[in-house]
Design a protein around this ligand. Structure first.
Ligand SMILES: C[S@@+](CC[C@H](N)C(=O)[O-])C[C@H]1O[C@@H](n2cnc3c(N)ncnc32)[C@H](O)[C@@H]1O
Length: 223
């Protein structure tokens, strides 16, 4: 298991928080944000959600707007990301602030409880296969019955070799950038779907963006 020190990585993400939204929006033609919203309409009825590695709070605000009842636990290793997310809700939805519990911690240190939805948008790509497996077991053990696992991330094409090559180069650049700015050790994309299926998650639906480089997926546990 390649080990990331979540405190170091959190401090690293602190360094890029102020420019994160702008860089991500320009570099992905705003598809990083748009891709996360593919199945937002499926989050209208749940009572509790866990958002892991939520960043500056773009998705947090969207869920609060979508579902007026939901209570959200929001976890991020970066104190600045947490501060930005909190400020975003304070500014745009002050009455909803009481529905969010902000926790500045690594997923490695988080004390798990049961949730109706668990969200990981562009987080699992920061870990290797072995740690994604640890997380997949946590998801399985901490989702309520009928619970949803909501994941958006990069994927490498299995059929189009040009796209596969382009994505691999792009990810190399991205991982080098993260290694330089955030002390991240990860070098390649984990096999998210395979690992989840080994933990009895099945794919309910998925939607591709940027020609299939980005994918938003909704999973549920088999009975
Ligand atoms: C690539 S950003 C994605 C942010 C947001 N979900 C999005 O899609 O724009 C990854 C986020 O995960 C946080 N993070 C990185 N490692 C973490 C860890 N081990 N535990 C919790 N959060 C982590 C970072 O601080 C950052 O906010």
């Amino acid at each position: 298991m390649s080990y990331n020190n979540s405190k170091e990585v959190g401090k690293g993400f602190d360094r890029i928080t102020a420019v994160y939204d702008t860089v991500v929006s320009i570099a992905s033609f705003d598809r990083i944000n748009k891709s996360q919203l593919a199945f937002l309409s499926h989050l209208s009825t749940q009572k509790t959600a866990l958002i892991l590695g939520g960043g500056t709070g773009f998705f947090l605000q969207k869920v609060l707007e979508q579902n007026e009842e939901i209570n959200i636990t929001y976890v991020d290793a970066s104190p600045k990301m947490i501060m930005y997310a909190k400020k975003r809700i304070e500014k745009n939805m002050p009455n909803s602030l009481k529905r969010v519990t902000f926790i500045c911690a690594g997923v490695e240190d988080f004390e798990w409880q049961f949730f109706d939805v668990i969200v990981c948008n562009y987080l699992l790509d920061l870990f290797d296969n072995a740690y994604v497996q640890v997380l997949a077991e946590k998801f399985k053990d901490n989702l309520n019955s009928e619970g949803l696992l909501y994941i958006t991330d990069f994927q490498i094409s299995k059929t189009n070799s040009l796209l596969k090559w382009g994505t691999q180069i792009g990810l190399k650049v991205l991982y080098s950038f993260f290694r330089w700015t955030t002390c991240l050790n990860t070098k390649q994309l984990p096999e998210i779907e395979r690992i989840l299926s080994e933990q009895r998650f099945y794919l309910l639906d998925s939607e591709n963006y940027l020609g299939g480089i980005l994918v938003c997926s909704l999973f549920k546990l088999k009975d």
